[in-house]
Design a protein around this ligand. Structure first.
Ligand code: AMP
Length: 426
């Protein structure tokens, strides 16, 4: 047996976890200031939930589901977060509890794709779901939040790519026009697009196949099928984005892969790092009909999902600062016991401490302190225990002072605060 992780599913080792944590914490802090609260749902759902919401004709449901067949049960690993949140909203009758519900989630998603850089079979998404506000200002506020968040993460040239798919009426009308347009040139389309012509011709527009891209030249624009209400929503959204100074670009070809979108649909793109000059780090849109189509109330919704791996790729190999480390190096059994207590006091004061209790030589402990990048080494031997002092060795400045035991937490914190202020001003 080979001890290997499943293809396309990655172990995330501590150094990488740290990068994930940093992104997650910026995400949490940002969305919480906009009033979103965390929802946690199971990783496994009934397959029918995804068939009905993500959509029978979507690539995700057709080709990428991880199925778990059980007796009389057909379960699937979740490929995205929106269907589960919708299930909870309907089941909990949230509309009777509050007019507007705002949830966020963070967690692994599963899609049986061909793995490649930035595309995995288990990946992580952080997303938001907002129910109960049909207005364009709600869309603008969410888009502006995403641009702010992208910048806070350190991405550059963050901007919104925007389109409207219209409501159900406009989509129906547009689908008809697309069929009329593609039918005479059907033979020039890819096999996949030919199939989509029957069930979901919009998807032909975002096909990456060069044959389909060529066939799309001169295709009718959805904009011409919009109803007056759709147009009003769109104009309201653009006016609000202008007012907020949110950078956006209109992309009439942006349709996105999942079936449930209505009106606003968007991606956030940023340049830098490895995902190319302008990669999408996040996608989302409005799905005003989703809850109803699942047997729930006619409540509008909007949301997005951001791929954490994609963000990390976009950020490249940026160094993330960890909190300064204090290494405690005791020599001899008495000092070891004393050091346990000392480490406890330092941690209670908020200091990150590594205590070496292995009973090794001072030389080997100090080598380890240096390898771990510790700023301070606290040295305790028999004499120090007797006199209740600790030798504080600064591994960067190469200085050493004796500090009374009782003064230690405040002395260590003082050194760390001064060091971090220096780093920031450097
Ligand atoms: P979607 O749920 O398909 O709208 O995707 C939303 C975001 O999730 C994308 O913009 C990507 O950042 C990310 N994403 C989707 N599929 C994968 C995947 N297989 N591996 C890594 N990230 C993904």
């Amino acid at each position: 047996m080979k001890l290997r992780a499943v293809k396309g599913m990655n172990d995330i080792l501590p150094e990488e976890s740290q990068r994930f944590q940093r992104i997650e914490s910026i995400f949490r802090n940002t969305v919480e200031t906009y009033g979103f609260q965390e929802l946690r749902t199971p990783l496994v759902e009934d397959l029918t939930l995804f068939q009905k919401s993500t959509g029978e004709t979507s690539e995700v449901v057709q080709k990428q589901m991880f199925l778990l067949a059980r007796e009389r049960e057909s379960l699937a690993l979740r490929p995205e977060g929106t269907p589960s949140a919708a299930r909870v909203y309907i089941g909990q009758k949230m509309q009777a509890r509050e007019p507007v519900t705002k949830w966020f989630y963070i967690g692994p998603m599963f899609r049986a794709e061909q793995p490649q850089r930035g595309r995995y079979r288990q990946f992580h998404q952080a997303g938001c779901e907002l129910y109960g506000d049909p207005g364009p200002h709600c869309d603008a506020e969410m888009l502006d939040m995403l641009v702010q968040m992208g910048r806070a993460m350190g991405l550059s040239d963050v901007k919104v790519q925007l389109n409207t798919l219209g409501g159900a009426e406009a989509r129906g009308h547009y689908r008809g026009k697309l069929r009329e347009f593609f039918e005479p040139i059907k033979a020039s389309l890819s096999e996949h697009a030919q199939e989509r012509l029957g069930d979901n011709p919009l998807r032909i527009l975002d096909s990456k196949d060069p044959r389909d891209q060529a066939a799309c030249e001169g295709a009718p624009e959805l904009f011409d099928s919009l109803t007056d209400d759709d147009k009003q929503h769109w104009d309201g959204l653009l006016a609000a984005l202008e007012r907020l100074g949110t950078p956006y670009e209109i992309d009439p070809r942006l349709v996105r892969g999942l079936d449930y979108y209505t009106r606003t649909c968007f991606e956030i793109v940023a340049s830098s790092g490895e995902i190319g000059s302008q990669g999408a780090i996040l996608g989302g849109g409005r799905y005003d009909g989703l809850l109803e189509s699942l047997g729930g109330p006619a409540i509008p919704a909007i949301g997005f999902a951001m791929g954490l791996e994609r963000i990390l790729l976009a950020l490249g190999e940026q160094e993330f600062q960890r909190p300064a480390l204090c290494f405690v190096a005791p020599l001899g059994p008495e000092a070891q016991l004393e050091a346990l207590e000392l480490a406890q006091a330092l941690r209670a004061a908020g200091v990150r401490v590594e205590l070496d209790s292995r009973g090794n030589s001072m030389k080997s402990m100090l080598r380890r302190a240096n390898t771990m990048g510790a700023r301070l080494a606290l040295i305790l031997g028999k004499d120090e225990v007797a006199t209740q002092v600790v030798q504080v060795k600064d591994l960067v400045l190469h200085t050493q002072t004796d500090v009374p035991r009782a003064d230690l937490p405040s002395t260590v914190l003082g050194i760390f605060t001064a060091a971090s202020a220096e780093e920031k001003s450097a």
